[in-house]
Design a protein around this ligand. Sequence first.
Ligand code: TXA
Ligand code: MG
Length: 320
Amino acid sequence: MSVFPASAENIYKLATVISIGKPVAFPTETVYGLGVDARNDEAVAKIFEIKCRPQFNPLIVHVRDLAQAETLGIFSPIAKSLALMHWPGALTLVVPRRSNNASHNEVSLLASAGLPSLALRVPAHPVAQELLTAAQCPLAAPSANKSGQLSPTQASHVAKDFPNLPILDGGACAKGLESTIIGCLQEEPVLLRRGSLDPSELEKTLGFKLNFLPEDDSQTAQLAPGRLVRHYAPQAGLRLNAVTVEQDEGLLAFGKDVPPCENLCLNLSSSGNLIEAAANLFTHLHELDTKTPRIAVMPIPNEGLGAAINDRLERAAASK
Ligand code: TXA
Ligand code: MG
């Protein structure tokens, strides 16, 4: 039995599950989310694994209030006015991260797929609010469904996809459609995803019409080349499936049989654990990127999370 009625006692109990790095499904007013401590790289990696996501799409980070959001992201006056008017609610704001170094108290770089931005949301559902208070950390939470399935709006929908996960039952979601996402990275905010908050409500706050810049890569590239950085692209050139390391290269290693390297060598997982490798991917890439002009990358098995790791490495290599 994995469905727990959302009593104060159960909320507290499941907050302790989050504190040991495990996922918990919880209701929001839009859809159910699958939440982990957003600061914990390995916990975030597990989310991608259990959702069977073939790619590291950035996740929405849920916080209690605007004050907590401002410790993680930088709010322009426009972003702040949207937050003041529409939080708590079905609005997600993409804002610049406060820092790119995923140190102890910061959001995992994996949660934002290595991007220098963060998607932040303050949910209105009282159970989500109570869980955020009890857990005392920001929660990275995608919708609580397997990749490619419908978003869950009842605890029983979540249980169908994830029978073994703890689920807080807060009843049916009032809105039943994901949050509306607004990008606040440039001077002018843009609509990135339509959702349950009607953009005309936001336009009333803003006093002007929003441009729709879909998050989908190909369309974005056509509509506004270079305006929206969807994927983290390192400056350094990447050479994939490397078995030896050249003189000017740093090494992104995997497993225990590491070739000799004269420069910086960072191992994704010396024991060959793909969850650990995913957890380290963006932090190691960022560090190698700042310290070496070229990065050799050892082969990574294309199974489980390895497929998502390889997808991201291939995009990074192709971006040069
Ligand atoms: O209603 C919702 O938004 C639900 C509940 C659980 O909060 N969550 C949700 O999460 O729909 P998910 O992971 O299914 O969708 C997250 C979306 C992705 O499509 C991603 O592209 C976008 O948010 N996103 C996240 N971080 C971003 C970033 N830094 N830049 C641009 N887009 C971002
Ligand atoms: Mg989803």
